[in-house]
Write a protein of this length. Structure first.
Length: 314
């Protein structure tokens, strides 16, 4: 007699009514049901129901790329080459990080690093000594031009070799409409398109250092010559907002380029690359970023099956 039958008979003899009996053995263990695979809203649904043509942005050039599917959710003049100002510094940093140069190496700031094109200032005084890593932080987070110039000058072969390496990397990435002229972005010869810049952002994601280097809200670097700390703040005010989940950030501005902003961010659980160029007005690029954030959230609420699921929960 099987174990289950024996137990049932004994229980019946004792006057016990058994409605359900569970018995397992090593040979017959029922596996728990697999959890449902998390679903996500497809990019095509966002495009269909979100009506991106109604998204009103102040930037002359803009792209919103769904990084998960590689689909453009919104685009304006995405293949129109423009000066990109300090967005150039992303490529400067990428070339340095991929070169294998020692990041702890001390580099002295010299008068050769002075901005002779636009006369921008820097808190990195001549004669100061900083590690290559601290110069990267200052160039990317605080968009310091003197830091970027020192990085290019100290590259093997100097700035000329740096610019050659930057253009070679752009060609390798398929950035066919991109040209670099210096390491800081001060030269209007640094040009690219919104579509090309999404390729650059994708490449930076292979280097985890970019997250810390570009999204830390405030930081300090040490002048090894004097021992003094110098405080800096990130030029992108959005990295200080709890409502934003930003993985990569870079701002830029020159009169020719207008206000520029690149971000790799997650909005409504959707990883996105956002490129905004030629945004006229001091705060317009941030206003556009907010409009994109709100548009995407509204777009998801318009999708029929999302509405049904929401009604069922409530």
């Amino acid at each position: 007699m099987k174990s289950t039958q024996l137990l049932a008979a004994l229980a019946s003899t004792a006057g016990i009514v058994i409605t359900t009996l569970f018995f397992t053995s090593d040979a017959n263990v029922s596996e728990p049901p697999e959890s449902a695979t998390p679903t996500y809203i497809k990019a095509e649904d966002i495009i269909q129901y979100g009506q991106p043509n109604r998204l009103s942005l102040k930037s002359g050039v803009a792209i919103i790329m769904d990084d998960r599917e590689g689909i453009m959710l919104y685009g304006r003049n995405v293949d129109h080459p423009r000066p990109i100002a300090s967005l150039t510094k992303l490529m400067t940093a990428l070339v340095i990080l991929e070169s294998g140069l020692v990041l702890d190496e001390p580099i002295e700031i010299t008068r050769a690093d002075r901005d002779r094109l636009r006369g921008t200032r820097s808190r990195l005084n001549f004669g100061g000594v900083f590690t290559r890593y601290d110069l990267l932080r200052t160039a990317l987070g605080a968009s310091d031009n003197r830091a970027a110039a020192a990085l290019a000058r100290s590259y093997p072969g100097g700035q000329e070799a740096m610019v050659q390496a930057m253009n070679a990397k752009a060609k390798q990435l398929g950035m066919t409409q991109t040209r670099f002229a210096d390491g800081s972005g001060l030269d209007n010869g640094n040009v690219s398109t919104a579509r090309d810049l999404t390729l650059l952002v994708a490449e930076t994601q292979k280097h985890p250092q970019f997250h810390t280097l570009t999204t830390t809200a405030s930081f300090r670097v040490v002048n090894q010559a004097s021992g003094r700390d110098i405080a800096f703040h990130n030029t992108n005010r959005l990295v200080r907002r709890d409502s934003w989940d930003i993985n990569l950030s870079k701002t830029g501005y020159t009169a020719a380029a207008g206000n520029c902003l690149i971000m790799q961010a997650t909005i409504a659980n959707r990883p996105l690359t956002i490129v905004l160029l030629n945004s006229w007005g001091k705060y317009s690029r941030y206003g556009d970023a907010k409009r994109i954030h709100e548009w995407l959230e509204r777009a998801e609420r318009r999708i029929p099956h999302i509405q049904t699921a929401h009604a069922a929960v409530n």
